[in-house]
Design a protein around this ligand. Structure first.
Ligand code: ADE
Length: 244
């Protein structure tokens, strides 16, 4: 899978990618990440890429042409148009379902805004969707692009050592992962549940399944409300909760 990032700060992307799990995925040839400097398509020799806002307002807005020409440089090389995302606080908030959806694309182009953002006309013309990484405002889209590259690439086959590494983790299947423990078995008087030390794989799987419901109920009631839970599992949840 290919990621192309259009940005005014390409080092922020390459620095991150060269230090994370994505570096191994790149070495294995599973993914490639290219950060393209939008300033290469500045509108004058002084590197101008932005201007003041029509209608007033503070700050500067990135202009259409530098963004459009950078995108064309990437899109024109390909027969297939890259699936193009603008990262912005106005977008659909990223979740695991969207991450999985994006991991099936062949080529993602992520456009990062800076200053007050980008002229809306170019976004409307080239972007397939707008994605936010949460309801807060960052100074630029680069961190959001790194979050997308990281979360999407770990869903691609061969990036993580085995698919079990993510099939049981939080947010897969709409629940949070059950609490996890390592040695020692007792720490500060807190004991690892006996079933997890029993070696009985079936009992461990059942226990973790119910604990994952309880964890979701405690920490993300909004997610818990959306779950469809069988009568049998409800009984198990109530019984286990009582014994904790
Ligand atoms: N750029 C600025 N804030 C952002 C956010 N919350 N998500 C994605 N991109 C952004």
């Amino acid at each position: 899978m290919r990621f192309s990032v259009l940005t005014l700060f390409p080092d922020q992307i390459t620095d991150h990618v060269s230090k994370s799990i994505t570096v191994r995925a790149e070495e294995k040839g599973i993914i490639s990440v290219v950060a393209k400097d939008i300033r290469d398509h500045a509108i004058n020799e002084y590197g101008k890429v932005d201007d003041t806002l029509y209608g007033g307002g503070t700050g500067m807005l990135m202009q259409c042409d530098p963004v459009y020409d950078s995108w064309l440089e990437i899109a024109d090389k390909d027969q297939i148009r890259p699936y193009t995302i603008y990262v912005s606080p106005k977008g659909h908030v990223l979740d695991q379902a969207k991450v999985i959806d994006l991991s099936k694309k062949e080529h993602l182009c992520i456009i990062c805004g800076h200053y007050e953002g980008i002229d809306s006309r170019v976004i409307d013309e080239i972007c397939d969707e707008e994605i936010s990484i949460g309801d807060y405002v960052l100074t630029g889209g680069e961190l959001a692009a790194c979050v997308i590259i990281d979360s999407v690439s770990r869903m691609i086959e061969g990036v993580l050592p085995n698919s079990e590494a993510y099939s049981n983790e939080s947010h897969m299947g709409g629940t949070l992962e059950a609490p996890q423990y390592t040695k020692p078995a007792v720490w500060h008087g807190k004991e690892v549940p006996e079933v997890l030390r029993s070696g009985d794989l079936k009992a461990i799987e059942d226990y973790n399944g119910i604990m994952s419901y309880i964890e979701t109920m405690k920490k993300r009631p909004d997610m818990f409300e959306r779950l469809e839970i069988s009568e049998e599992d409800w009984q198990k949840i109530l019984a286990l909760k009582k014994s904790l």
